[in-house]
Design a protein around this ligand. Sequence first.
Ligand SMILES: C[S@@+](CC[C@H](N)C(=O)[O-])C[C@H]1O[C@@H](n2cnc3c(N)ncnc32)[C@H](O)[C@@H]1O
Length: 164
Amino acid sequence: MNQLKQVAEYHDKTLPFYKIFWHRDDESYALHYGFWDKHTKSVKVSLLNENKFLADILKISSGTKILDAGCGIGGSTIWLAKNFNVSVIGITLSQKQLEKANQLADIHGVQDKVEFRIQNFLHTRFPNDYFDVVWAIESVCHAENKKEFLVEAYRILWFFEKRY
Ligand SMILES: C[S@@+](CC[C@H](N)C(=O)[O-])C[C@H]1O[C@@H](n2cnc3c(N)ncnc32)[C@H](O)[C@@H]1O
């Protein structure tokens, strides 16, 4: 079985276990480790800390167009759509994650701001310069060749210095 299929199959099969053992009933829907500091008292808060940390350093603002590369069940995608006036496309290799992410987007009323697709983040079908931000939490670790991810992210990102 090729590596992309293995990743897809792993995430299809383990989807229920993350709910039982990881994010449980909190609404982070995170499939990542959290960030802990001296103020963090629960896993739930630590999971959201990671989103907050990235959003802060990226200075996410209204109108930002974001790719959530390896979006899991849409935890960060939905969090970004709820907390900022942004549009986010989440991509995953797992059909089961895609279905769950769409359900959660409905539940949270963000269907107009988010979209989920099955795509490989090493070779996407997006045009050049399409996104302002490529966001990836604990997903690029699955790529055998990390450079391929960086090359693709550079291609689909728009940023001022690239053009001028
Ligand atoms: C551990 S989960 C992290 C999910 C999410 N970022 C989060 O923090 O909750 C890894 C995700 O990366 C995705 N992934 C791994 N390799 C990928 C690839 N080549 N293209 C697209 N998605 C990929 C998996 O399908 C899965 O959704």
